[in-house]
Design a protein around this ligand. Structure first.
Ligand SMILES: [Zn+2]
Length: 386
């Protein structure tokens, strides 16, 4: 059967029309009409058109939080049922270490790159551009080289969860290796956007350690492979490259087992990382520790679809929340607050002190290249992030 001009959107099969009294794609046809209706009219309309009863997810799903609050979360974490916590983090857990957002044109870090006449700041992280001209990337990398920064309270809080035996895995968008520096075991970390920790030759794929790259970067040289003329590139994921295989493997293993999700310092704007929050079971409590509410998909259509159980997605941080809690404010303050409430506050403070002293002895500098925020560069409104 072929479409004809009178078919409503989504209709492509006459047989299907006969079988079903509702248009095959009622959501789309409704979408254009819901703009100025109030929620109750939309609800009635959807129930009529789709033959649905409003089914709140919360009515059929076990509520494991006695109280949808930080204290409710604390009680859950301390219960025996909570054994598999997944933490997810973004740039927000590293900013107090002095690491500016690597990719943001507003940080002033791009100032030094003007001489390269980049087509746009993000070109630094595009694999095709890098192949032609790796110099701008290495200039920026020198300013931000891992090993020059100390992990934050937030990083050590994740390690504490591991030491308590309840960390299933930590997923990070960051490439600064601070999770490793904090002493979280490698097998507990998934670096979704790759890492500086290892590098590979773009041509023959020979692997190189952090030290190799570091020597070259600080000598203002482009690291070249010892076995071939290929350029050696840190294993961070550039635009145009796929995410690490480990990311895919681990998320299949982990998320269905997750009984507590803690999201820290992430804008949850970058896919596919952002959609991970929807991969945990429907009853799993989710705690957001961040400066502002993120991950709330509030577009009217999505909100309505979710209300009727037709589509799930995003955090639900309103009065109807049965499992999602936000602790707004500084990420380190949030982690310390959570640790205090769990009765682990002093343990966390002592760990941070002890580990920072160790790093000081090892000669780690806190912030050798402070960012120069007085020189914002023009750029797109929402800077891409790796
Ligand atoms: Zn090579």
């Amino acid at each position: 059967m072929s479409n004809n001009a009178n078919s409503p959107p989504g209709k492509s099969d006459g047989e299907e029309q006969n079988k079903s009294p509702v248009p095959p794609n009622p959501i789309e046809s409704l979408a254009s009409r819901i703009g100025d209706l109030d929620v109750n009219s939309i609800r009635r309309c959807l129930v009529e058109k789709l033959g649905l009863e409003p089914t709140e997810a919360s009515t059929s799903v076990e509520k494991v939080l006695d109280d949808v609050s930080l204290d409710g979360i604390v009680k859950w974490i301390k219960s025996v049922r909570c054994q598999n916590i997944i933490t997810m983090s973004g740039a927000g857990i590293s900013t107090s270490a002095g690491i500016p957002d690597f990719r943001s044109p507003e940080t002033g870090l791009y100032h030094n790159l003007q001489k390269y006449n980049l087509p746009e700041p993000q070109a630094i992280f595009e694999i095709n551009f890098f192949r032609q001209n790796p110099q701008p990337f290495y200039t920026l990398a020198k300013e931000l080289f891992p090993g020059n920064f100390k992990p934050t309270i937030s990083h050590y809080f994740i390690r504490l969860l591991h030491e308590k035996g309840i960390l299933l895995r930590h997923y990070t968008q960051n490439i600064d290796t601070l999770e490793r520096v904090a002493g979280i075991p490698e097998d507990k970390i998934v670096e979704a956007h790759g890492t500086f920790y290892t590098s590979h030759c773009l041509e023959c794929r020979k692997q190189y350690p952090l030290e190799f790259i570091k020597e070259h970067i600080f000598a203002d040289e482009i690291p070249i492979c010892a076995d071939c003329p290929g350029v050696v590139k840190p294993d961070i994921v550039f635009f145009g490259e796929s995410l690490p295989e480990r990311f895919q493997e681990c998320l299949q293993q982990d998320f269905h087992k997750c009984d507590m999700l803690i999201i820290m310092g992430s804008s949850l704007e970058v896919q596919p990382f952002a959609s991970l929050i929807d991969m945990v079971p429907e009853w799993t409590p989710r705690l957001l520790i961040n400066r502002e509410k993120t991950g709330v998909r509030s577009s009217s259509l999505l909100g309505i679809l979710r209300h009727f159980g037709l589509m799930d997605g995003g955090l639900k941080l309103d009065e109807n929340s049965y499992r999602d809690v936000a602790r707004l404010g500084d990420c380190d303050d949030g982690c310390q607050d959570l640790a205090d409430r769990l009765g682990w506050g002093d343990e966390l403070r002592e760990m941070v002190k002890r580990e920072h002293e160790k790093l000081d002895l090892a000669g780690v500098v806190t912030s050798p290249h402070p960012p120069t925020p007085s020189d914002p560069q023009p750029g797109p409104e929402s800077p891409h992030k790796l």
